[in-house]
Design a binder for this molecule. Structure first.
Ligand SMILES: Cc1cc2nc3c(=O)[nH]c(=O)nc-3n(C[C@H](O)[C@H](O)[C@H](O)COP(=O)(O)OP(=O)(O)OC[C@H]3O[C@@H](n4cnc5c(N)ncnc54)[C@H](O)[C@@H]3O)c2cc1C
Length: 443
């Protein structure tokens, strides 16, 4: 059994994987480029939040952390859609009792790091991984003063995110496939402060869909919301076109009239918060000798399904099961891991890209709302035969992403046919729902 494992990156996935490995009896050393975020909590007041759903919760459950984290998360039962006139419409995510969770990224990371450390993980902060020698299973790191150190391990995990240094070294090896594609939108955070209470519905993910762009907001426990504007870099309405304070102010006021009143610092945020870019990366193989990539390092996706972290947590759960199955034979487990997981992470990458169009455009479309209503009815009547795509991805961790993608495509064909019927908006209650559900299972 290979006992000494190095993990590059103490982010969400690296920290969770450390816990899984420690539970199996491994010695784990983590190298993290940034300072220890636990020592610098004063500055994290405006915590950025994430949607945590069943796949992520399942993994947290396996390491005994899901109850603690559920306690600090805010359930979001549906999308609250805000139109240009300020009207709202709540679209439930699933059945009654199904919800996703808004959780602070930094708090979640801290909980995972604390648990890993308490179990014996050794953290080296401010140690940037600069080079991996996969043949010798060696990792080289640099301190802020650029002092280099090289360590040898039995196995190395690259959990160092979308711009992974570990992956960069794999890219230099023979027959390594790699692609990255940016979308034309970037994102910027705009804060909605608490006013003694929540100023929008607390238990919802708020969306202001505006066809080619959108604003979303997720609740924080202190009553504030973290808003994120997904907006083109270039073009008529874009980060590039809004160059003066007056232009930014009038754009925000005209486009998001109901929420802009709740954002006294919107102009300041727009001018001072960084504009992030959104990338999908695909690569293969994830394994070279004893080194393996995991999480965003292996498969960074755009955030529109709220699944990047959830997929990374599911990676950890899958790798753990494979280590179990292979009696902790590291090399065999990581090889099966990449083969098993690659189709699923390719699938969620595609689903995430598709969902941007749904969120920014379709949620405000009457036909789309009708489609969701009909699907919800089929699911209600025949829950074992038809599970809507969003539910498969978000609430059914036992359905693989690749299967969800395939089933979702077939559902779309069936629903496109139904929605093409004349007068469907009024006749839909008398559809033969059983026949529709059975059609999905016809070869
Ligand atoms: C705007 C936005 C919203 C999102 N919303 C959601 C959501 O709602 N739900 C969801 O599931 N996912 C969401 N995601 C995706 C999620 O953030 C990522 O999938 C997740 O953070 C991946 O975790 P990771 O540990 O693999 O990588 P990261 O979180 O990027 O962690 C990598 C770690 O490695 C460290 N590191 C990097 N390079 C080095 C190096 N050379 N040496 C040492 N350390 C290094 C970094 O400092 C970092 O700590 C969102 C992403 C974005 C951009």
């Amino acid at each position: 059994m290979k006992k000494n494992i190095a993990i590059a990156g103490a982010g969400l996935v690296g920290s969770l994987l450390a816990i899984y490995l420690l539970r199996r009896g491994y010695h784990v050393t983590i190298f993290e480029r940034r300072p220890d975020m636990r020592k610098n909590q004063a500055g994290t007041g405006r915590s950025i939040n994430l949607a945590l759903s069943n796949r992520g919760l399942h993994a947290l459950d396996e390491v005994g952390l899901s109850d603690d984290l559920r306690a600090v998360a805010i359930p979001m039962h549906g999308r609250m859609v805000h139109d240009r006139q300020g009207n709202t419409n709540l679209q439930p995510y699933g059945k009654q009792g199904q919800f996703i969770n808004s959780i602070s990224r930094s708090n979640l990371n801290i909980v995972l790091m604390n648990k890993a450390e308490a179990m014996g993980a050794i953290f080296h902060f401010e140690q940037r991984v600069t080079h991996i020698d996969t043949e010798r299973s060696a990792i080289t790191t640099a301190s802020p003063e650029n002092h280099l150190a090289t360590y040898h391990f039995d196995g190395i995990v690259g959990a160092d995110g979308a711009y992974s240094a570990v992956r960069l070294d794999l890219q230099l090896t023979d027959r390594f496939d790699f692609s990255q594609a940016y979308i034309e939108h970037g994102y910027k955070e705009l804060h909605i402060p608490a006013a003694g209470q929540f100023t929008l519905e607390k238990n919802a993910l708020h969306i202001w869909p505006r066809e080619s762009f959108m604003l979303i907001a997720l609740p924080n426990p202190d009553g504030s919301f973290t808003g994120t504007l997904f907006f083109p870099f270039e073009g008529k309405n874009s980060f590039a076109s809004l160059t003066t304070d007056a232009a930014i102010r009038s754009f925000l006021e005209e486009t998001f009239p109901d929420v802009i009143k709740l954002m006294p610092e919107a102009l300041h945020d727009f001018n001072h918060n960084p504009t992030g870019s959104l990338v999908t990366t695909r690569c293969y193989p994830w394994v070279r000798h004893t080194t393996v990539l995991i999480g965003d390092a292996a498969h960074a996706i755009v955030p529109f399904y709220g699944q990047g972290m959830n997929a990374g947590f599911e990676d950890c759960s899958v790798l753990n099961k494979l280590l179990q199955r292979h009696h902790d034979h590291w090399d065999a487990a990581i090889r099966e891991f990449q083969q098993l997981r690659k189709p699923d992470t390719d699938a969620i990458a595609q689903l995430a890209l598709d969902n941007f169009i749904e969120m920014r455009d379709l949620v405000a479309d009457e036909k789309f709302v009708l489609r969701k209503k009909i699907e919800a009815r089929i699911h209600e009547l025949y829950p074992d035969k038809w599970v809507p795509l969003y539910s498969m991805v978000t609430f059914h961790e036992n359905i693989r992403y690749a299967d969800a993608l395939q089933i979702g495509r077939k559902q779309k064909e069936i629903m496109d046919d139904i929605l093409a019927q004349p007068d469907i908006a009024t006749t839909w209650p008398s559809l033969n729902f059983e026949q529709l559900a059975n059609r999905l299972h016809r070869p």
